[in-house]
Design a protein around this ligand. Structure first.
Ligand code: LLP
Length: 442
């Protein structure tokens, strides 16, 4: 899969278009920095996961939950509803977006390692299908909230299967030394299952693990599945009943740079099915209903960021070489991933073709911080000048959703484009939005 979303094209004179709308037109109409979401690409990616997993496990035997943390807006929620996807939320705020878009509660799973009582109550009042409980405290809190409402709440248990996923330390989530979930190895997960089963207002549906993000090696999923299925068997042995659900989380890796390739959902689904089927057979279990929670793999490639160049300069390096610094009108506030995870992106000139020689360049933002770097080392044409547009592809996942107001910058809008039409799905913040939080009284 390429780094560019499905409907990206380049004109003969080097201008980028997305879904038939040119970069110049987008920038002129909506301003920069701008997140451009290729709607068709997002929806195709979502359906690709659904089709791939339904192909491997069977229709009705698998549920795909889009992980809203990667990027959430009411319009996206409406697409998910129309396309038969489910939704994973992990805060009351994400749930509020789902509620705004009237997403069916029966298709929502609620995650999070430290949900507040208010969030639990919000989820129960909306009637979410399932809560992934993450601690003994939470089991107690959900039980109390369910009892107060006279309902029985379905829950799954988030386990840590002890997997050292090969990804950045901060986005690996299933090794023992991590804040998430109940350890399988220590017996905490089994203890949690016993506690949930004995709770009057909880209905234990199954077990969950999310091994991490940006995973390319499917061995991690396979090992996690094996360990969780062994625990499912222990629970069956104790209770004489099989839990109906196994949720293997998200984390499917995608390409950010030329030459990288994404995990193929068809391949992963096939491999997972083979491993799950054989592990279940070993333990004499029926294959449970499977859930997965891809976020990045659906929205990541479908969005690109457009920036306008504001200043450039050239510096002489210690080794006698030179580097161009190209400053754009956004930065770490709309893409914190390079600073936080050393994540690498690529960039291209979006408004014209340049025939100038390329030079070693660094694309930086406008924040008061040297680490405000979007692309550390890239060769770009030496004639890039103020007013040019640059595009960074694959910014859909954890770009806008992790955007901040650092330096009191307004967070960029998200514009969805499809079939030659563009519409704002999240508007640009204004100074008024920022100042609305001020309180000068007293
Ligand atoms: N399910 C659970 C329980 C999760 O914790 C996550 C991600 C996902 C699903 C979705 O994972 P995905 O398919 O998007 O990789 N901010 C980081 C990523 C943190 C992911 C946290 N949990 C980044 O920008 O790389």
């Amino acid at each position: 899969m390429s780094m560019w979303s499905k409907n990206v094209s380049w004109s003969a004179d080097g201008e980028l278009s997305i879904a038939g709308i040119s970069a110049t037109a987008l920038a002129a109409q909506f301003g920069t920095p701008l997140f451009v979401l290729d709607e068709d690409d997002f929806r195709s990616n979502a359906r690709r996961f659904k089709d791939a997993f339904e192909g491997a496990f069977g229709v009705g035997k698998v549920s795909v939950y889009y992980a809203g943390k990667a990027f959430l807006s009411a319009s996206v929620v409406q697409w998910l509803e129309a396309d038969g996807l489910n939704l994973d939320v992990c805060t009351g705020g994400e749930l509020a977006v789902a509620q705004l878009a009237k997403f069916p509660a029966a298709r929502i799973e609620f995650h999070g390692n430290n949900k507040s009582v208010a969030e639990i109550e919000q989820a129960l009042d909306y009637g979410v299908e399932c809560i992934a409980v993450d601690s003994f405290f939470e089991i107690d809190r959900v039980e109390r909230a369910a009892a107060a409402r006279g309902i029985i709440q379905k829950v799954i248990i988030r386990t840590t299967p002890g997997i050292e996923a090969h990804t950045h330390e901060f986005i690996a989530t299933a090794h023992e030394d991590v804040k998430f979930g109940f350890s399988i190895a220590s017996g905490a997960a089994l203890e949690a299952a016993r506690l949930v089963r004995s709770a009057t207002h909880l209905d234990l549906q199954g077990l969950h693990a999310h091994i991490g993000s940006q995973i390319f090696d499917t061995d991690g999923y396979e090992l996690a599945a094996k360990r969780i299925i062994a625990l499912l068997a222990t629970i069956r042995d104790e209770s004489n009943a099989e839990l109906p659900l196994l949720d293997l989380g998200g984390g499917f890796g995608i390409a950010y740079l030329a030459g990288e390739s994404a995990l193929d959902p068809v391949e992963v689904a096939k491999k997972m099915h083979a491993v799950i089927a054989s592990a279940c057979e070993v333990h004499g279990l029926r294959v449970p209903h499977i859930s997965i929670e891809p976020g990045r793999a659906i929205v990541g490639p479908s969005m690109a960021t457009l920036y306008e160049v504001g200043t450039t300069k050239s510096i002489v390096l210690d080794d006698g070489g030179s580097r161009a610094y190209i400053a754009v009108d956004g930065g770490m506030s709309d893409n914190i991933r390079p600073a936080l995870y050393d994540a690498e992106y690529t960039v291209a000139l979006a408004n014209r073709r340049s025939t100038a020689a390329v030079q070693p360049s660094r694309v930086v933002g406008k924040h008061c911080e040297s680490g405000d770097i979007i692309i550390k080392n890239v060769d770009l044409p030496s004639d890039i000048a103020p007013g040019d547009l640059l595009v960074t592809p694959v910014t859909g996942a954890y770009g806008r959703s992790m955007a901040s107001n650092y330096n009191h910058i307004s967070r960029p809008p998200v514009v969805a484009v499809a079939l030659g039409k563009a519409r704002i799905i999240v508007r640009r913040e204004t100074h008024e939005d920022l100042l609305r939080l001020e309180n000068m009284e007293g």
